[in-house]
Design a protein around this ligand. Sequence first.
Ligand SMILES: Cc1cc2nc3c(=O)[nH]c(=O)nc-3n(C[C@H](O)[C@H](O)[C@H](O)COP(=O)(O)OP(=O)(O)OC[C@H]3O[C@@H](n4cnc5c(N)ncnc54)[C@H](O)[C@@H]3O)c2cc1C
Length: 599
Amino acid sequence: MPIYRAPVDDYRFVLHELLELEKQSDLPQFSDLSQELIDDILAGAAKFCEEVLQPLNQSGDEEGCHFENGVVRTPTGFKEAYEAYCRAGWGGLGAPAEFGGSNMPMALSMAVNEMATSANQSFAMYPGLTGAAASALIATGAPWMKEHLVPKLISGEWAGTMCLTEPGCGTDLRLMKTRAVEQPDGTYRMNGTKIFISGGDQDLTDNIIHMVIAKIPDADGHIRDDLSTVNFFMVPKFLVGEDGKMGARNGVATGGIEKKMGIKAQATCVLNFDDAVAWRLGPKPTPGEKRSASAGMAGMFGMMNTARLGVGMQGIAIGEVAAQNGLAYAHERRAGEALGGSAEPDKPADLLIVHPDVKRMLLHCRAFVEGARAMAMWTTLNMSIAHSSRPEAATAGLLADLMTPVIKAFFTDMGFEAANLAMQCYGGHGYIRDNGVEQFVRDGRINLLYEGANGVQAMDLVGRKLGRKGGAAPIALFGLISGWLGENDDATFAKPVKRGLDALQQATMWLAQHGPANPNDAGAAAADYLRLMGIVVVGWMWARMAKLAQAKLAANPPNAQFYKDKLVSAKYWMERMIPECPMLLERISAGSATIMEFG
Ligand SMILES: Cc1cc2nc3c(=O)[nH]c(=O)nc-3n(C[C@H](O)[C@H](O)[C@H](O)COP(=O)(O)OP(=O)(O)OC[C@H]3O[C@@H](n4cnc5c(N)ncnc54)[C@H](O)[C@@H]3O)c2cc1C
């Protein structure tokens, strides 16, 4: 049976010692935050995830979801676990108090998201999407929706989904066919098919609020092939009156559930909208208004950005749980002898953990997971600062924006790599279902694909985020890292971080010079550039954490091993990941000519 121990000590290190969360009391949501409160939340979430969600992970994968007579049933035990999740209030941890939430900072809701995903990714996605739908309704919904629908989403009594994808349209939303036509009473009637909708139907909640994008036809009834008439809608499974009362079934039917490689306990649904009653979100666009000017669409993009950060956390989560299992196995299984001579001569063979190659694989996972966790938490803090009145609010917003595609794509790539390496530590036994580690590979694979495939994240970084506002975001990032290096030039890992930063700056310059003249150069460089930025920012996090760990070790603390382990992981990142930076720069600067000859 696979194991899982939530990384509470690591979260305490990142939140208290690295980011000093409790000292940020001027930020909204931070005023009542104490170290004790943070620790209680982390410990409570850890216990719930370890004791309630993790035991259902393997059985949920084996049983999967069922679809019979148009009804979806989640695996045995999911309903009870969901009720316990809602009773404990986990779904509303980060939601505003006025809607029944606990108003805690995003850092904590993302930390709980990571733990729940490690324990049971399929389960964690049901409440995860509900939280995203609630935030979108708070941003764009009519007052009656905020009064009656949002509290039900936050309590978990109802669930939410995000419906973008169609059979002919995933990345390219221009190809969307779903249409919504306005009615005399101001509501819309929606027709079309959405596919791959996570939690599109389930037996956990009484109602589901679908957050849907669809096109509004022109006056002649035609829908355009561009994005200009795309709008954002709220479509409940069961109709809801403006008094919040639930009525008859709406015209949304579940066409089926997908048979998938992983996350089998998560219902991925085909939803057919057949004259479904829909409410358009945000103020009515004026004729000719572009989508970017629509508050409704802004709400949808806000929902997607939060969801992208959430998917990045899924990458960390899968890496964490897989690595824990790989390490436990390496301390159990015996094969071969240590290269310098047997470590336990009285035993028939040594433990796997003596072998440098096994250590390499597991340390790779550890250095990624803990470095990525620090970077993700630093980004959530920037998001909180962006919503404050601090003078650096605008810069913090730009940095969070810049990091979002990097977190989504780099962390899910690396999380999948970590799951594969953990499985490799098991040898052939890793391929056998009963041992449980192959589930992490299958579950973690989706994270690279949904919420915008990783290649598209790289295009977003290079094509949009870098150049926005005259390059203000990369300039701010480089300034921050250079500033730290200037103040800490004697830090143990200042030199490798500087090497990585130099490569990143040169790559940015190369893109600025070549991208506008030849967009294929930017497209061909995008994935390598995103990885380069991820390696450098995580490297900077490791340099900061190492400095902290050294200071702590000087005081001879009782948990000295924790800090010694941090130094080993930091060193690994500098020795084994930073050297990729000049190589990535060389690949980026090779341009697109060869690649464009293919196909
Ligand atoms: C299990 C599961 C759950 C999902 N949950 C949801 C959900 O809840 N809601 C929802 O709306 N959708 C959901 N999706 C859909 C998912 O978000 C899409 O599959 C994804 O966005 C990619 O779209 P696509 O499959 O149409 O791929 P395509 O758009 O056909 O892309 C195929 C490949 O081409 C690349 N590509 C495409 N366009 C470009 C470009 N311009 N530049 C560079 N590369 C490009 C992509 O990166 C990708 O690698 C889910 C999918 C799965 C499998």
